[in-house]
Design a protein around this ligand. Structure first.
Ligand code: PLP
Length: 361
C-alpha cells in the first residue's frame, strides 16, 4: 500500500550546505544572511520593506504595536483562519470582530460592511489556503471608512492578485516560514512587509529591544529577532519557491479535473492565482471520507475543525456570536495531500480513492 503524506518539506543538499555555511560564518543573529533574505523577499513580493521576525504571530504583534492598536479598537477578521491571526490583537487589548468567509474561504466583503462600527479601526484579510482575498472590494470598503488593512500571507507567499503578488496589496502584511508553509526556514520564522517607511522602521526597532543603535533604546521593544542559519536556509528556499508553487498548482489542476464531480473543489477567484498551500475539498461525508482515505494510506487534515469565534479563549473573553456558514463549513472541509514535489501519480492515487469512496456509497 502507498503512503501519501499531507505535506513534505523541501530538503536538499543545497539547503544543508547553506545552513552549514551560515553555521561556520561566526555571525548568528541579524547579520548578512538576514539582510540579504530581507532584500530578496522584498524584491520577490515587490514591496519597499521586509523585516524578518521570529514568526508570523510575532509579525502581527509588532505590527499592532507599530500601528498603536489598543483597548477599544475593533478589528474585523474572518473566523475561518488559523488562531494566530487574531491572537496578537488580543495581546494589545483590541477586539477581534469575527465575520463569515465567502465561497473561496476568504473573508466575505459583504460581511465586513455589516460588521463595521464606530470603533472599527481595521481589517485583517487572510489569503487562506494560498488564495488571495477579494482585495479590491476590501480596499474600497476600507478607503470609504478610513480603515487600515493588513494581509495575513502566512499561507500565500507567491500567490497573485491582478498580476501582483500578495503582501504588497494593503498597509502591511505578515508572512510565516513555519515548516508546513510554502516557503519554510525549517524552523519558526516570519516577516512583515510594507511600503510604509514608518511602520517598517517601528517594527525594525521593536523586534530588537526598541533600539536603532546598540545602547540607545528609543522604544520599549521585544526580542523577536531572526537568525542567520535560518535566513540562509530561507534564501535557498526562495530560489525554489516558484517551481514548488507551480508543482502545487499542477497537483491542484489534476485534483480539480478528477474530483469536481464528487466533492466541492476549490474555486479560483477571477484574476487571482492560488499557490495551494492546502487543497481543501468539501463534502457532508467528510469524516467517513477521511477514515476511508486513512485506511488506504492517504493522510488528510482539517484546517480548521473549530472556528475561532467558538474557541474557548475567545468566548470566555468576548461572549458567543453565531456565524452559521462558518459553523457548517468546518464540519465539511478536508485537506488532501499537496506539496511542490508530490508526484502526479500519488495525486491520482488519492483521487482514485476519493472517487472509489463515493462510488461505493
Ligand atoms: C501559520 C499561520 C499563522 C501563524 O504563523 P506562525 O509563523 O506559526 O506564527 C498565521 N496565520 C495563518 C493563516 C497561518 O496559516
Amino acid at each position: 500500500m502507498k503512503a501519501v503524506p499531507l505535506s513534505r518539506v523541501y530538503l536538499t543538499d543545497e539547503v544543508r550546505a547553506a545552513a552549514v555555511a551560515a553555521l561556520n560564518s561566526g555571525r548568528y543573529i541579524l547579520a548578512r544572511e538576514c539582510s540579504a533574505f530581507e532584500r530578496e523577499l522584498a524584491e520577490y513580493v515587490g514591496v519597499r520593506h521586509c523585516v524578518l521576525v521570529s514568526s508570523c504571530t510575532a509579525a502581527f504583534l509588532l505590527l499592532h504595536h507599530a500601528m498603536e492598536l489598543g483597548p477599544g479598537d475593533e478589528v474585523i477578521v474572518p473566523s475561518h483562519t488559523a488562531f494566530p491571526t487574531v491572537e496578537s490583537l488580543i495581546h494589545v487589548g483590541a477586539k477581534p470582530v469575527f465575520v463569515e468567509v465567502d465561497d473561496t474561504y476568504c473573508i466575505d466583503p459583504a460581511a465586513i460592511v455589516e460588521a463595521v462600527t464606530p470603533r472599527t479601526v481595521g481589517i485583517i484579510a487572510v489569503h487562506l489556503y494560498g488564495q488571495a482575498a477579494d482585495m479590491e472590494r476590501i480596499a474600497a470598503i476600507a478607503r470609504e471608512r478610513r480603515l487600515w488593512v493588513l494581509e495575513d500571507c502566512a499561507q500565500a507567499i507567491g500567490a497573485r492578485y491582478d498580476g501582483r503578488r500578495v503582501g504588497g496589496l494593503a498597509d502591511a502584511s505578515a508572512f510565516s516560514f513555519y515548516p508546513s508553509k510554502n516557503l519554510t526556514v525549517l524552523g519558526d520564522g516570519g516577516c512583515i512587509m510594507t511600503n510604509d517607511d514608518r511602520i517598517a522602521e517601528q517594527v525594525r526597532m521593536l523586534r530588537d529591544h526598541g533600539r536603532r543603535s546598540k545602547f540607545t533604546h528609543e522604544l520599549v521593544g521585544f526580542n523577536l529577532r531572526f537568525n542567520e542559519i535560518q535566513a540562509a536556509i530561507g534564501r535557498v528556499m526562495l530560489r525554489h519557491l516558484d517551481e514548488l508553487n507551480a508543482g502545487r498548482r499542477r497537483i491542484a489542476a489534476r485534483y480539480g479535473a478528477r474530483l469536481s464531480r464528487v466533492v466541492a473543489t476549490p474555486i479560483e477567484r477571477p484574476g487571482a492565482e492560488s499557490v495551494y498551500h492546502m487543497y481543501v475539498v468539501r463534502t457532508p461525508d467528510r469524516d467517513a471520507l477521511a477514515t476511508h482515505l486513512k485506511t488506504y494510506g492517504v493522510e488528510t487534515g482539517i484546517h480548521y475543525p473549530v472556528a475561532n469565534h467558538q474557541q474557548p479563549a475567545i468566548t470566555t473573553r468576548f461572549g458567543a456570536v453565531r456565524l452559521p456558514r462558518t459553523e457548517t463549513l468546518v464540519n465539511e472541509i478536508l485537506s488532501l495531500p499537496i506539496y511542490g514535489e508530490l508526484p502526479l501519480e500519488d495525486a491520482d492515487y488519492v483521487a482514485d480513492r476519493v472517487i472509489a469512496f463515493f462510488e461505493s456509497r
